[in-house]
Design a protein around this ligand. Structure first.
Ligand SMILES: [Zn+2]
Length: 191
């Protein structure tokens, strides 16, 4: 992981934040283990600590609720599209585990993350690329860079964005199976 952190710091430090080491003694609101977080200033200074806006530099005010929009074939969108320049770091919204790295026609390059309790799956799609060191089974903290905004899959080439979904898992805990909930009110409530 040393090389991965070096890569992150070189890439991200100048633009958006600092790498932090949080010792276990810092308190109950953080992990018991020392971890390094990429800290996007606009998020961690305003977030409630449990769910982060998963694109660095995007504020709650910039979000638009497009969860209920219709998509091709009569489907409901069931997700949030977060517009951002290509290459903007995408961060884990919650503490959890990278469950699946998957490439699909619609989603392009995607990440499926389970939360620590395996109650929900967090889906990040249209990524330009994965962050260095990301792999299935990797435990991540909220704020860990997992990839970069892009247009892979069916996203318009001139409208890079993160397609972000939260789904309630079934008892079988299948990464591809869940009931979507609207992330907008959860993220927009952050001040
Ligand atoms: Zn979308």
């Amino acid at each position: 992981m040393r090389t991965a952190y070096a890569f992150f710091s070189g890439l991200v430090l100048g633009a958006v934040g600092v790498l932090m080491v949080r010792p276990a003694s810092m308190g109950a609101q953080t992990s018991a283990k020392p971890v390094r977080l990429v800290t996007p200033a606009p998020v961690l200074t305003t977030g409630n600590g449990s769910l982060l806006i998963p694109v660095v530099g995007v504020s709650a005010e910039q979000l638009r609720d497009n969860f209920d929009q219709s998509r091709s074939g009569g489907r409901m969108h069931g997700a949030l599209d977060i517009m951002a320049p290509r290459g903007t770091p995408v961060i884990a919204a919650v503490d959890g585990t990278i469950r699946k790295l998957f490439t699909s026609n619609a989603g392009g390059l995607t990440v499926y993350e389970f939360d620590a309790a395996q109650e929900k799956v967090y889906y990040y799609a249209h990524l330009d690329s994965y962050a260095d060191g990301i792999h299935e089974g990797l435990a991540v903290k909220a704020g860990t860079v997992i990839g970069y905004v892009g247009t892979t899959g069916n996203a318009p080439p001139d409208a890079p964005h993160l397609h972000f979904a939260i789904e309630i898992l079934t008892a079988e805990k299948r990464w591809w199976q869940g009931t979507p909930i609207n992330p907008y009110p959860l993220l927009a409530a952050q001040k």
